[in-house]
Structure formats: C-alpha cells, structure tokens
Ligand binder design. Structure first.
Ligand code: KMH
Ligand code: ZN
Length: 280
C-alpha cells in the first residue's frame, strides 16, 4: 500500500482506558461500566468511530472475566453506533488462554498483536501459535481483527500470518502502529514511515498511535501520510505540557479538528463499518 495514497476521511479510534494506569492515580480514567458508556457516547459525538476497550472490575483492576466483557460490549452497543473492539492484549500478566476467551463476548473487532515485544520493564507475549489461534478463531466467528504492530518485525509477522491463514473475515486488513512504548518501536515519524513502507499489499488501512509525548507528532505524521488515528488515555494521559487529560473526548475532539484541517474529516461510524467490513 502506498503511503501517498489519498485517503478522504479519517478513522478515529478511541482507546479510553487500557490496562496500565491505576484509577487511584488517574481519577479521570473511565473504569466503571457507567463511565465507559458515558465516555463512548461523548467520544462518538466528538468524532470517534471505533472504540478499543479494556475492561476493569469493580475494584478498577483490569479483568478479562466474560461477564464484565459482555457488559461492556452490550453497554457501548446500546448507547452508541461505535465499532466495538475488545483488546485481546489485556494486561501483560494475563495468560494466553484467557486472552483467547475475549472473543466469546462477540465484539465487532478484536486486537491481534503481531508478535512479542518489550513493554516497559515487562514483556508483552504474543507467540506465533497464539497469534494463529486467535486469528483462526476470529475468522470463524466473523470478528474483524485489528493487527497491532509495535515493532517493524511485527509487519513481517503479519505478512506470514496472511500467507498461512488467508484474509480476515470481510477481506479488509486494518493495522494499527503502536509507537513509543519504552523498549519497542520509537514514536517517531521515521519509524512510522518505515513501518508503512513495509506493509503488505493486502493492507487496506492503517492507523497509528504514539504513547505519551509521541502522541501529537504521531497524529501529525499519520495524517500527513494517509493514516488513521488512535487516541485516548490508554496511550496518553497528558493533553499538553503540564495539563492532564480531563476526558477522553477532548483528545478525540482535537484529533477530529486536526483531521478536518488536513481536509480529511472524521469517518462516520457507518463509513467505518464499511471500511473495516465488520459484520452487520
Ligand atoms: N495492555 C498491553 C499489554 C492490546 O490492547 O491488544 C497490550 C495492549 C494491546 O494494550
Ligand atoms: Zn489496548
């Protein structure tokens, strides 16, 4: 896929919670079902079309318990038209078998990280067998994967996955570059564009996110290079130098404004469903 290909509109994904920040440290983090739904509604209004969800339990701790996942999927579906994506990455302490059961909640989309990577002081495990199992189960259940690429080697692993297992349900291949995780691919335009240049031709769309201070440079680079955007408190807790994010929707609103200035206004949820070929 050519990085210069003209892309008319911008898919804005919001990743509002993640598994890494503690509610006690970041009270604005949406961790309860009510906060998640309120966030989803506000972010849809601000221009998001897809939500990447990590669920928390009643003590605000990351969980992959099926009842909590289902509650989150149902709640967001009832209140919005957002494409609902569940994280299968969970937290780095989550066992692989448990991460596979995320698909039981029947989201529109699931994340699928294309390899193991450094994750700060820890390791985010994604062995080949796990990737294949997750991919095949997503194909069978008609759930559209979003391929998460933390490393340039992950782009090559995606190539291998498509060669061995074929295309995802719906035939579209959407990837997301996660840049700026300490120890992984840096959050620089140079690294992002190197990844874009390596994408297999089957890729139909790509987005990018920059962790922490890489957030705005990666937004600008992705918009310039024909990419889509992922924003949210999973990846970035600061709105500007010295000013914390108060609500996820302000990150979405700023991304939507920048995208509009770049003549690539936010995609509607209907357009996003079509672009990603999620099931009706
Ligand atoms: N929380 C990270 C260990 C994903 O959602 O698939 C993994 C992650 C990627 O956030
Ligand atoms: Zn995530």
């Amino acid at each position: 896929m050519s990085p210069a290909r003209s892309v008319a509109s911008t898919l804005i994904t919001v990743a509002p919670t993640g598994a890494e920040s503690a509610k006690a440290d970041v009270p604005a983090l949406p961790t309860t079902p009510e906060e998640l739904v309120e966030t989803a509604v506000a972010c849809e209004r601000a221009g998001a079309a897809l939500i990447h969800i990590h669920v928390r339990d009643r003590e605000h701790q990351p969980t992959l318990e099926p009842a909590f996942l289902k509650e989150a999927v149902d709640g967001v579906r009832e209140a919005t038209d957002l494409v609902v994506q569940l994280s299968t990455g969970g937290a780095i302490t989550d066992p692989l078998e448990k991460r596979l059961t995320v698909l039981d909640a029947d989201p529109d989309s699931c994340s699928l990280t294309c390899g193991t990577t450094n994750f700060g002081d820890g390791v985010f495990l994604n062995p080949w067998g796990f990737m294949v199992d997750l991919y095949r189960q997503a194909q069978e259940r008609e759930i559209v994967p979003e391929f998460e690429l933390f490393e340039l080697g992950h782009v090559h692993a995606l190539r291998r996955l498509i060669d061995e297992c074929g295309l995802p349900f719906g035939g579209k291949v959407h990837v997301d570059f996660v840049t700026g995780v300490p120890g992984s691919m840096p959050g620089t335009p140079q690294a992002l564009l190197a990844g874009v240049a390596m994408l297999p031709p089957e890729v139909t769309s790509w987005s990018a996110t920059g962790i922490g201070r890489a957030h705005l440079p990666i937004v600008a680079a992705a918009l310039s290079a024909g990419g889509h955007l992922r924003v949210g408190m999973e990846d970035n807790l600061m709105y500007a130098r010295g000013r914390a994010v108060v609500h996820n929707s302000e990150l979405v609103a700023r991304a939507a404004e920048l995208a509009t200035l770049m003549q690539r206004p936010p995609m509607t949820t209907t357009e996003a469903r079509e672009a990603l070929s999620v099931k009706d």
